[in-house]
Design a protein around this ligand. Structure first.
Ligand code: SF4
Ligand code: SF4
Ligand code: SF4
Length: 274
């Protein structure tokens, strides 16, 4: 699986090159028709404010002070990590989330039950649900799958003015990440976030500070979460079948009761043939 992943589409975020301009957030909104205006992005809550992913926010940039170094800031970027073996997909009982052969993890609305198992399973807490919609969707970054199929780069990587975001094949980006660390070892922590986290991801990060200081989840297992969710999900067909039997029996009882009532029998008549 890991060697297949090396050929897949991926993104590299180099925190040392990020200036917090948030052009990537604006481009993401435009490319995905999320409805944000420049005022929403640039006049609203900023890189220093607490923010979260949302149905209309597939990514955001964060700024962090460095202890003991006043005036120095480091940046992080939050979005779907496009796990090599995504727990969101393996936890979905109807395969509404798919790890595509090209790498991005995408959502198929026509299959989704709205059970939200994917939200609970994701180790990076990424998928969001449209709680206030009559026809709610699971919403998250799909690594601009359509754009990439048409030969374009993801919108955020396309627009980034400093090269902090780079699109490419995972294997090549991983090599480049380690080459940058080797060239300037004092400027980076010796860790490519996403190389091994949760079994590896197609979104890789390098930075000058330990990733927990950038708000990233630390100490994630290096086994994929799919291997953890698969045994539990293997029971789902039996649970659904069992549920079907129970619901079918309940429906039969309700129907039977309705039939008896319609035909003039009440509960005191139980045991009599209609
Ligand atoms: S980060 Fe979460 S939503 Fe994205 S692919 Fe991994 S498990 Fe799925
Ligand atoms: S890859 Fe596309 S959808 Fe994902 S954060 Fe970048 S612009 Fe948004
Ligand atoms: S566009 Fe590039 S430099 Fe600007 S905030 Fe996004 S990643 Fe950082």
């Amino acid at each position: 699986m890991a060697s297949e992943a090396e050929e897949q589409w991926a993104l590299l975020f180099d925190s040392t090159r990020c200036v917090g301009c948030r052009a990537c957030e604006m481009a993401c909104s435009d490319a995905n028709e999320l409805g944000k205006s420049p005022d929403d992005i640039f006049e609203g809550r900023g890189v220093n404010d607490a923010r979260a992913l949302a149905p209309d926010t597939f990514t955001y940039v964060t700024q962090h002070d460095v202890a003991g170094m006043p005036g120095t800031a480091v940046f992080g970027k939050v979005q779907c990590m496009h796990c090599i073996e995504p727990a969101c997909a393996s936890s979905c009982p109807v395969a509404a989330l798919e790890k595509t052969p090209e790498g991005p993890v995408v959502w198929h609305g026509e299959l989704c039950l709205g059970c939200r198992y994917c939200m609970m399973a994701c180790p990076f807490l990424v998928p969001r649900f449209e709680w206030h919609s009559r026809n709610p969707e699971i919403r998250k970054c799909e690594m601009c799958y359509q754009r990439q199929q048409e030969g374009e780069r993801p919108a955020c990587a396309e627009v980034c003015p400093t090269g902090a975001l780079k699109a490419g094949k995972r294997g090549e980006l991983l090599q480049e990440a380690w080459a940058r660390i080797a060239e300037r070892p004092r400027d980076y922590v010796h860790h490519v976030y996403g190389e091994h986290e949760a079994g590896g991801t197609n979104f890789l990060h390098i930075a000058a500070r330990p990733f927990e200081e950038l708000g990233y989840r630390a100490n994630l297992p290096t086994d994929s979460y799919r291997s953890l969710t698969r045994p539990a999900m293997a029971t789902i067909p039996y649970v659904l079948n069992g549920l079907g039997v129970v619901l079918g029996f309940t429906a039969w009882i309700a129907h039977r009761k309705h039939q008896l009532t319609r035909d003039g029998y009440d509960e005191g008549d139980e045991g009599r043939e209609p």
